[in-house]
Ligand binder design. Sequence first.
Ligand SMILES: [Zn+2]
Length: 101
Amino acid sequence: MRPKTIKVLNAVYTIDYHDTLELNDEPAYGICDYDKKIISIATGCHELIMRETILHELIHAIDLEYHIDTADDEHVADCYAAAFIKTFADNKGLADYLGIK
Ligand SMILES: [Zn+2]
């Protein structure tokens, strides 16, 4: 089931799903609106791309809420999103050990 909200520290981000998205007149898979606390996700792509995009946008939200200060660094968000998905896929018991259900 696709998440409708994601809590990040004390903020709750609403996840909105759209057939297509545009950012600066270019097609986009996802957008994180920091002010409105809305993560928009394009649904017109493969489910795995959607999952990685949600994680990518979540990393932007974590950057902001935890004051990590790499917000808007697309390369960092892409790398962490891909790395977390692959690491948890390659280590099936890790999420349970960490208390992630
Ligand atoms: Zn991004």
